[in-house]
Structure formats: structure tokens, C-alpha cells
Design a protein around this ligand. Structure first.
Ligand code: ADP
Length: 726
């Protein structure tokens, strides 16, 4: 029997050595430290007890027992630490410190047991039984120590069982089960020892040995030193985020290293730290801790459907926020520079338009008043060059307005036949010059009056038509206007411009809408352009919720088309467009004044003196008497002195603008011109402008640059019939 017990004791020592070696090799985290501590304490205990079993004198036995106790006093403590960690239970470090002191004191009391009766009340050495052995009766300290061990065991069993009940992973469950069995085995042998079943052998030794066997299974078979969990621990501790989990009882159940750094109280007094965390988590979404800014995420944790606690994740956002701030500052700088550029472009092109308009006006006067063939040819050349310069400037102005987001789509009612006629009138002279045929096909069922932004639709179509003529060397350009019905009140107006021109390579199609980019530069060198036209069309169509479709065959021709939703104002159909076109007024190719009105008197108010001179010149042959004023104040003064038949008022003027002057005139009691027709002059021909000026009290409006024909037409329309001759 004694031999058998000796063999068991030696086997347990061997098993412990293997276990210690394995743990040492796989040591990665704190739990392994605790397990190592437990096995080492058990090893010392078992070695000491082997010596006790082999001791043949009282002194040897006592010394061996002292060695054994050197390990034994720490077995329950280390097992408790290991178990708490395994079950993710946190106990205050202060409590653990006090317990450690007690265990240490227990060892001192036991080691000095010869000199007092605190641990052993009596110690005898007998030579009977399995082997000579000590027979002791116990003192008060030993009883307290035993009681404490019972408390440990019960507490640990409760924690372990609770953890086992909530474990979801079957692997984890088995592992915990073996730890539970190991604990129960120790308890069983502890109880047997308390009952003094064997006098000459300490049965707890067998308990430890068997417990080691079950721990073996937990470690090797069920991966107690679980790599997955190790990895989890490792990752958690190396996260830059601080993670703290608080259970429903408001106790910290987990925190990683980063959280420990941020909230040092987590290590010293976790319960108080909860308050720190809850305070930090209160209110705002970002938290400032030690000069750093953290974003905070609060997530509820559930076990099944039951709320188990809250996980607080503090993410260090300091660098990201600083980076965003820097980016925002840079973006503001870039935006400001872009706005400055756009407004400079807009201002410059507006400024340049004014003198060009004047030049074109004077040029028209030369064309009208001169019959010398050479001079007329020069003036025609100036007109052509001036018009294309004006187009380019208009493009730049439009582009900068689009860039600055200032383009607004302003719908108003308009006639489709008028739109087509305007387009044809504007493109025909160019097409004629290049000897290119311009075909116009209008679906006769197209509703005549629509509601939409006529100016923008016209601008897009005109751009396409101008390009078609520009990039066609011979052949024809066809404008097709048709529609798709959406419902009773809405249609898609479809504009198709096709040409038999040079075409576009398929590789170049995607670059078509890039601003300032001209494609096939080599071949198009002789054709003037800014490379902005299609970009403007693209953007304007986008603003109207549609897009440009392009089909092109290099060397054969292109077709550009778009469809834009418009409301139907009247269900009347356009009918035969050719017939409508014949009756429409034609552009004046050969100037001849359309009327004479020597008794009529008109006033023109404009702050640009050249505009006044040009308008004077354009109306010269009608013999109308003209007064001029250079701002609203001056104009108002003149209306008090003289009675006029028509008054033209520029919109933008210093001192008093057109709108203010009109309002003052209408309010001016006894003013001679209270009922005189007033016509607004404006540089920006936008859709709805007419309605805007009419609403402001004007009788009509005239877009700049003013042409001779439109000016004459306007004056004639508003003069009293008795003053008009011819
Ligand atoms: P540009 O001022 O150069 O005409 P656009 O933006 O209007 O600028 O057009 C961009 C480019 O697309 C032109 O340079 C030209 O190469 C090509 N393009 C436009 N319309 C046509 C067309 N109808 N036929 C052939 N090429 C065209």
C-alpha cells in the first residue's frame, strides 16, 4: 500500500513537471501565469509530501512538512486567481493583497509551529501505520485557514457553475466542465481528509493528483490555453481603442490595456472607475481625455436576449480630427481661390462684353451709313470677328457662372415655333457663308406653347447647331424638333442636330465634355473655339435634369441630341412649321428703317455713354427725337421737365438703378411721364426676365446687346400710332 502511494505521489510529481513545462512554453497571458503558479505550488507541496512519506525521524518529517507547506499555502490562492480569470470575474486588488498576506502569514505560523500552539495544538511522531508519520492536533490558525479554504471553494464553485451555464461555445463548456470536475475532486478529498478517513496519509495529496489529471484533459484535449482566446486577449490589449465592459450590476467585467492607461482607476478601484467612465460617456459624442479627443461608442451586450451589460469603446480621434480640420482649411482656401477665379472671369467677361457690344453697334452704323464697297466689306469683317469674340466671351461668362453655381433654371411660357425660328435665324447666315444646307424638320404635332427655360434650351440647341456648322466642311446640317408624350400635361421636347461633318473618333468621345479641352486639335486648328461649348451644354442639361447624347462616325458625321421635360401650356399643335416660318419676321439683312416718327420723343437712361451713342445712331434714320440720361437720378429729373413717348431704362446703374428709378417715377406726383411706357434694358437675357420686369411695373424689356432691328421694333410698338409714319 505504502509502495503504491509512493508511486502515485511520484507520478503526480512527474505529471506536474510536464504540465509546468507545457504552460511555460505556451505562456502568453496572465491566466497562464496563474495556472503556472498553481502547478508550481502543487509541485512543491507534492515534493515536500513525498519527503514527509519518506521521513523516518520526527525532525525530518517536520522539515519535510515545512517544505510541503511552502507550496501548499499557495495552492488555494493560486487556484482562486486562475479561476477568477477563467470566469472573467474581477476582484478588487486590495482584497487579493490582503488574502495573499494571510497566506504568507499562514506559512510563517506553520513553519514556526514548534514554538507555539497556533497551528498545531500537539505534534507527535509515531512509528505505526503504513509508514512512520506525524500525528497532529490542530490549533486555531489552522482551523481559520481551513474555513477560508472552504469559503474559496464555495465561491469558486458558484462562479464556475454560473460561467458554465452561460457559456455558448461547446468547446468552452467542456473545458469549464473539466475544471469543475478537477475542483470537485479536490473538494471530495478535502472532505475525506477532514473526516480523517486515513490517519497516516494526507488524502488531499490524492485529490491534487487526480485534479491534475482532469486539468490535463482540460489543457490538452480542450485547449485550456485556448489560442483563440489568447489571440482575442492579445488583440484587445493591443487595440488603439480603449474597451471597457460594464455588467448590469454596474461592475467592470472587462477592460483592455488601453482602457487601463486612460482610466488608471480601473486598475486600482474598478467600481469607482465605472463612475469616471459613465461621466465621460455622458452627453457629447466626443470626449476629451488628457489633451486627446475620443469618440465614444456605447453598445449594449446581450446574453441570448437578456441584457448583460454595456461595452464602452473610446476611439482616439485626435489625429483624424486634426487631419479633417486641416483638410477643411485647405478646402476653404481652394474654394476661396476658385470663387475668386470664377468671379474674376465673370467680371472680366462682363466688362469685355460692354466695349464689344459698343464696337458692334458702331460697326452696324458704318454698315448702314456707308455705300463704299471696300468699307462695307471691312465693316462686315469686323462684324464677323466681333460676333465670334462675343460668343467666346459669353461662353466664358456662362462657364464661370456654372462653376460658381449661379445658373438657375427659370421656366416661363414660350412658343416652340419662335424658338426654332430664332435658332434658324442665328445659324443660317453662317451655314450660308459656308455653303452648307440647313434642313429643319419639326414634328407638326408638337404642342405650340410650352413651359420651360426657353433661353437655356435655345442656348444648348444653338451650341450644337453652331458646332455642326463649324465642324462640317460640306454637306448639310439637320435640325429635328420632335417630342415624346409623358402624360396629358407633359412632354419630352426632343432636339436632334445631325451633320455630315468631320465626325469624332470613338476614343475622343469621353473627353468631349471636359472644359477647355478641344479634341483632334491637329485637324481643328483653323476652327475657332474655346472648348467650353459642350461642357456648358452638358452642365445646363444636367441642371435641367437631362443629358446630351452623342453618336458620331469619324469622317462621316455626328448626331447630338437631348430630350428635356417641358409642360404643355396649350394643346394647340405647331402644325406646318415651314408655313409658320414664312410669316415670321425675318432678320434684317439689308437695313432700311421701318418707320419715321419726327414728332416722337424718347428718353434713354444708361450709365454707359457709348451705349447711348450707339442707340442714338441706330434710331437716327427713324428721325425720333432722343434725350439721354446717365443714371436714375438724372433720368428722373428729365422726366419732370419733358413729356416722352417711350422711356428706355437700363437696369444696373450707379446712384439709382433702373428698378428704383421706375418706382420713384410712378410715385412722383404730377410727373409728366406717369403714364409713359417704360422699357427695361438688361444685359442678362434670362428666362422669365420679361415677367420679372413686367411685375416690377415696366411695360416691356429689351435684351442687350441691342440690335438695330429689335430696337426699332420696340420703339415702334410703343409709340402712339398717330406719331408713326410709314
Ligand atoms: P469648341 O469651342 O472647340 O467647339 P466644344 O466644347 O463646343 O468646343 O466642342 C469640343 C470639341 O468637340 C471640339 O473641339 C470638336 O473637336 C468636337 N466637336 C464638337 N461638335 C462637333 C461636331 N458636330 N462634329 C465634330 N466634332 C465636334
Amino acid at each position: 500500500m505504502n509502495q503504491a502511494l509512493l508511486i502515485v505521489q511520484c507520478a503526480s510529481i512527474g505529471a506536474l513537471l510536464v504540465e509546468i513545462g507545457y504552460i511555460f512554453k505556451n505562456w502568453k497571458s496572465r491566466i497562464h501565469g496563474y495556472l503556472f503558479f498553481y502547478c508550481l505550488a502543487t509541485l512543491i507541496n507534492n515534493l515536500g509530501y513525498l519527503a514527509v512519506m519518506l521521513a523516518r525521524t520526527r525532525a525530518d518529517a517536520l522539515l519535510a512538512l515545512q517544505i510541503s507547506y511552502f507550496g501548499r499555502v499557495w495552492i488555494p490562492y493560486s487556484f482562486l486567481l486562475f479561476g477568477l480569470r477563467l470566469c472573467e470575474k474581477k476582484v478588487s486588488p486590495r482584497v487579493l493583497g490582503v488574502l495573499a498576506l494571510f497566506h504568507f502569514a499562514t506559512y510563517i505560523v506553520m513553519a514556526t509551529a514548534k514554538h507555539h500552539k497556533l497551528y498545531y495544538a500537539s505534534i507527535d511522531f509515531v512509528y505505526s501505520g503504513l509508514h512512520p508519520h506525524l500525528v497532529c492536533t490542530f490549533g486555531i490558525w489552522r482551523n481559520v485557514f481551513m474555513a477560508l479554504m472552504i469559503v474559496y471553494t464555495v465561491y469558486f464553485l458558484v462562479v464556475l457553475v454560473r460561467r458554465l451555464l452561460v457559456a455558448r461555445n461547446p468547446f468552452t463548456k467542456k473545458r469549464l466542465l473539466f475544471v469543475l470536475v478537477a475542483t470537485l475532486v479536490q473538494v471530495l478529498f478535502f472532505v475525506l481528509e477532514l473526516c480523517k478517513v486515513m490517519d497516516d496519509y494526507d488524502l488531499t495529496m490524492l485529490g491534487y493528483t487526480l485534479a491534475i489529471f482532469f486539468m490535463y484533459i482540460a489543457i490538452f484535449r480542450y485547449d485550456l490555453l485556448d489560442f483563440q482566446e489568447l489571440a482575442k486577449d492579445f488583440v484587445m490589449d493591443h487595440l488603439s481603442e480603449a474597451v471597457v465592459a460594464v455588467n448590469v450590476d454596474k461592475k467592470v467585467s472587462f477592460f483592455n490595456d488601453r482602457a487601463g492607461e486612460l482610466f488608471p482607476r480601473l486598475r486600482e478601484d474598478p467600481d469607482l472607475a465605472v463612475e469616471d467612465i459613465r461621466l465621460a460617456a455622458n452627453g457629447s459624442e466626443t470626449v476629451r481625455i488628457n489633451d486627446s479627443i475620443f469618440s465614444l461608442e456605447k453598445n449594449n451586450l446581450y446574453r441570448g436576449k437578456k441584457l448583460a451589460g454595456t461595452a464602452y469603446v473610446f476611439k482616439d480621434e485626435t489625429e483624424r480630427l486634426a487631419y479633417i480640420k486641416e483638410l477643411e482649411a485647405q478646402k476653404q482656401l481652394a474654394d476661396a481661390a476658385n470663387v475668386a477665379k470664377s468671379s474674376f472671369l465673370a467680371r472680366m467677361s462682363h466688362e469685355i462684353r460692354t466695349p464689344i457690344t459698343a464696337m458692334l453697334g458702331f460697326d452696324e452704323l458704318i454698315l448702314r451709313e456707308n455705300s463704299d464697297r471696300a468699307i462695307v466689306n471691312y465693316a462686315r469683317a469686323i462684324q464677323t470677328a466681333g460676333k465670334s469674340l462675343l460668343e467666346m466671351i459669353n461662353d466664358i461668362l456662362d462657364f464661370s457662372k456654372i462653376e460658381a453655381g449661379k445658373v438657375k433654371i427659370i421656366p416661363a411660357a414660350y412658343d416652340v415655333s419662335g424658338l426654332v425660328t430664332d435658332l434658324v435665324n442665328m445659324v443660317l447666315p453662317r451655314a450660308d457663308t459656308k455653303r452648307i444646307a440647313l434642313h429643319v424638320q419639326v414634328d407638326p404635332n408638337t404642342p405650340e406653347t410650352l413651359y420651360g427655360d426657353e433661353v437655356r434650351v435655345k442656348q444648348c440647341a444653338l451650341n450644337l447647331l453652331t458646332n455642326a456648322v463649324k465642324y462640317t466642311l460640306d454637306g448639310s446640317v439637320t435640325l429635328t424638333v420632335t417630342f415624346d408624350r409623358i402624360d396629358v400635361d407633359n412632354i419630352y421636347l426632343i432636339i436632334i442636330v445631325s451633320d455630315t461633318g468631320i465626325g469624332i473618333k470613338s476614343d475622343d468621345l469621353e473627353r468631349l465634355f471636359s472644359p477647355f479641352e478641344r479634341i483632334d486639335e491637329e485637324r481643328n486648328r483653323g476652327i475657332e473655339g474655346t472648348g467650353l461649348g459642350l461642357n456648358i451644354v452638358h452642365n445646363l442639361l444636367a441642371a435641367m435634369g437631362t443629358r446630351l447624347d452623342v453618336r458620331s462616325e469619324y469622317g462621316k458625321g455626328s448626331t447630338f441630341s437631348f430630350r428635356v421635360q417641358q409642360q404643355i401650356v396649350s394643346q394647340k399643335k405647331i402644325g406646318d412649321y415651314e408655313a409658320v416660318r414664312q410669316t415670321a419676321p425675318k432678320g434684317i439683312a439689308q437695313y432700311k428703317e421701318s418707320f419715321h416718327a419726327p414728332d416722337a420723343k424718347i428718353l434713354i437712361v444708361d450709365d454707359t455713354p457709348v451705349n447711348l451713342t450707339v442707340m442714338r445712331g441706330l434710331l437716327k434714320k427713324t428721325l425720333v427725337q432722343i434725350d439721354t440720361a446717365t443714371d436714375g437720378v438724372d433720368g428722373l429729373e428729365k422726366t419732370r421737365i419733358e413729356r416722352y413717348d417711350v422711356i428706355f431704362i437700363d437696369h444696373m446703374m450707379p446712384n439709382m438703378d433702373g428698378m428704383e428709378m421706375l418706382a420713384a417715377l410712378k410715385k412722383d406726383a404730377g410727373n409728366k411721364n406717369g403714364g409713359t411706357p417704360c422699357i427695361a434694358l438688361t444685359a442678362n437675357a434670362i428666362s422669365g426676365a420679361r415677367e420679372m420686369y413686367l411685375a416690377a411695373g415696366f411695360d416691356d424689356y429689351l435684351a442687350k446687346p441691342v440690335t438695330g432691328a429689335s430696337l426699332e421694333q420696340m420703339v415702334r410698338a410703343h409709340l402712339p400710332a398717330e406719331k408713326v409714319r410709314g
